[in-house]
Design a protein around this ligand. Structure first.
Ligand SMILES: [Zn+2]
Length: 148
């Protein structure tokens, strides 16, 4: 299942290449040996504080991810979940992950969405909305400070 066009300029590899010293506007929250996390360009349903967990190497989708990276994703997700609870006092956490055009994937580098959740927040029905750069940097700063 390969969907990236020939010559695809991967935006997530662009961030990964700058690690461990990403540009502030990349809104990187955590950097691990094999994965990193950042505040993406969009939030959903007005729920701010979401992150993407991304492998530092390029893998297009879940079919390509090596098995041994599984624990890296869970570790980063759990650390982000704790940081979101601490930074934003969210009541719950959700994750979602899309593969292929039929699965609504729109960046051809594997990414796991992690969302702070609140009662009746309407995440699943909500609109995808652009963050301002300032909002993303502020969210990332809050989460970095809350990481343990
Ligand atoms: Zn990539």
């Amino acid at each position: 299942m390969k969907n990236a066009p020939l010559g695809y300029e991967c935006p997530f590899c662009g961030i990964a290449e700058a690690l461990p010293s990403p540009a502030p506007e990349s809104a990187v929250v955590l950097v691990d040996a094999n994965v990193f996390a950042f505040v993406p360009l969009h939030h959903y349903a007005g729920i701010k504080g979401n992150c993407l967990v991304v492998p530092r190497r390029h893998y297009e989708n879940v079919l390509d991810i090596p098995d041994n990276l599984g624990s890296d994703f869970f570790r980063a997700t759990r650390r982000l979940a704790n940081a979101m609870r601490s930074a934003f006092q969210c009541e719950g956490i959700s994750t979602r992950q899309h593969n292929g055009p039929a699965g609504d994937q729109d960046v051809w580098h594997f990414h796991l969405h992690v969302f702070p959740r609140y009662s009746n927040d309407g995440l699943h029905a909500g609109q995808k909305v652009l963050y301002t750069t300032e909002e993303r940097v502020e969210v990332a700063t809050s989460l970095r400070a809350a990481l343990r």
